[in-house]
Write a protein that binds this ligand. Structure first.
Ligand SMILES: Cc1ncc(COP(=O)(O)O)c(C=O)c1O
Length: 435
């Protein structure tokens, strides 16, 4: 069972509410190629409401200064806002303030953990970090469904440490083969990295099952929450994960900011990834002592205005209510799946998977390359993503090299979903691809 399905059913947003909240997003009033913009690419990057844009501007115009350094008033105010932002993001996912590390994006957060573990593996972090050490014979486990950001850092970690990377396979529909968990997550496993929501299939994985197996064998768990945190209620403590990563720009925030959640006891023993200023207590010309987390992992000047704007995004989402956002998007997702699935020649990837979903679907149109589908839709003002969506192994498993992805958010309307469905049907007629 997924976390979202454990929460009581919430009332989806009404058409009026969606209409009103769209006014908060200036870009949604744009026209593209002579048509009103229909933005169905929030899975790649979401749009920002005035509250987020204003928070970044207000910081720049009123408080801009370096955090955790200056002795002047402005620096103290900036530091307070920066740390308040951390607390806001922590609360949003059920963590404590000092368990949130700011990063540039989710990719950096995943690499931070991978490099910290490999540093522990060469003795950095001393005896305290010994439990994190990986060596030949140890295993890192991920899945065939992952975004490359939750795959390649583990490939590299395995190569650096001599550990073996194991991959939980998918079935013919694209679902995780949960029947193979015991085979792939053995007592050699040190870390299991899994995505909460697939960025290609939109399915909400039953990660509780994967986490339970990891716990049985004493492995750490990394949850890629990039596609879940923006769309579902998320509680890292209730899920019992050790690490989770978030991407600010996918949850109404700015680019250039992401976050790593790390369980405090782990962050405390992890050696740093990036080193330099702002993460040390004492430095000599030959060695340095590192600060406690989270500062130990925040070397150099931080992305302050972006972190503050991300907190404004989190406040905006919280005010609407994540259960209601999830309910709205579940409806949009079902509409998308039904509409696309009813078109001859369209194969929605993962359509046969019996799991709850967010409002995202990727599809293959027989006889038309995804780039042509995307361009045809763009001519109608509809923005979708085309390509492999940084998930080549998943596409390969499903026998396609690319797909077209439509992804919704709280501001997406039924009419926009229908525009995608009608546009795809029209593309098939236009390219003469109807069988
Ligand atoms: C599931 C998933 N994981 C990780 C990432 C990487 O996020 P970022 O590019 O913000 O680092 C993405 C972005 O598309 C994603 O969808």
């Amino acid at each position: 069972m997924s976390t979202s399905s454990l929460t009581a059913p919430a009332t989806p947003l009404s058409d009026d509410e969606v209409r009103r909240l769209r006014e908060d997003f200036p870009i949604l009033a744009s026209t593209v190629n002579g048509h009103p913009l229909a933005y169905l690419d929030s899975g790649a990057t979401s749009q920002r409401p005035f509250a987020v844009l204003d928070a970044e501007r207000e910081f720049a115009t009123t408080f801009n200064s370096a955090v955790h350094r200056g002795a002047h008033t402005l620096a103290a105010e900036a530091t307070e806002l920066f740390e308040d932002a951390r607390a806001t993001v922590a609360r949003f996912i059920g963590a404590d303030d000092d368990e949130i590390v700011w990063t540039s994006n989710a990719t950096e957060a995943l690499n931070l953990v991978a490099y910290s573990l490999s540093n522990a593996s060469i003795g950095r972090g001393g005896a305290a970090a010994e439990p994190l050490r990986l060596r030949a014979g140890d295993e890192i486990v991920t899945t065939e469904m992952e975004h490359h950001a939750n795959l390649i850092p583990w490939q590299e970690l395995a190569a650096r440490t001599g550990a073996t990377l194991r991959v939980i396979p998918l079935d013919d529909d694209g679902a995780l083969r949960l029947d193979t968990l015991a085979e792939h997550i053995t007592d050699r496993a040190k870390l299991v990295a899994v995505t909460h929501v697939s960025n290609v299939l939109g399915v909400i994985n039953p990660v509780e099952r994967v986490i339970a197996r990891a716990r049985e064998v004493g492995a750490l768990v990394m949850l890629d929450a990039c596609q879940s945190a923006p769309h579902l209620p998320l509680d890292v403590r209730a899920l019992d994960v050790d690490f989770a990563v978030l991407s600010g720009h996918k949850m109404l925030g700015p680019t250039g900011v992401g976050a790593l959640y790390g369980r405090r006891e782990l962050l405390e023993i992890m050696p740093p990834f990036l080193t330099g200023g702002s993460m040390i207590t004492t430095v000599t010309t030959t060695e340095a002592e590192y600060m406690a987390p989270p500062q130990r992992f925040e070397a150099g000047t931080q992305r302050v205005s972006q972190a503050i704007a991300l907190a404004a995004a989190v406040d905006y989402l919280t005010e609407i209510g994540m259960p209601r956002i999830a309910a709205h998007e579940a409806q949009l997702g079902a509409r998308l799946l039904d509409g696309l699935g009813a078109i001859d020649g369209v194969r929605v990837l993962g359509a046969g998977i019996a799991l709850p979903r967010v409002g995202l679907a990727s599809f293959d149109v027989a006889g038309i390359h995804s780039h042509d589908v995307g361009q045809f839709l763009d001519d109608r003002g509809i923005a979708v993503r085309v390509g492999h969506h940084c998930a080549q192994p998943l596409h390969r498993r499903l026998g396609v090299t690319s797909s077209t992805r439509a992804s919704t958010y709280l501001y997406t309307t039924d009419a926009e979903v229908d525009a995608v469905i009608d546009g795809v049907a029209a593309a098939i007629d236009f390219f003469g691809a109807r069988s």
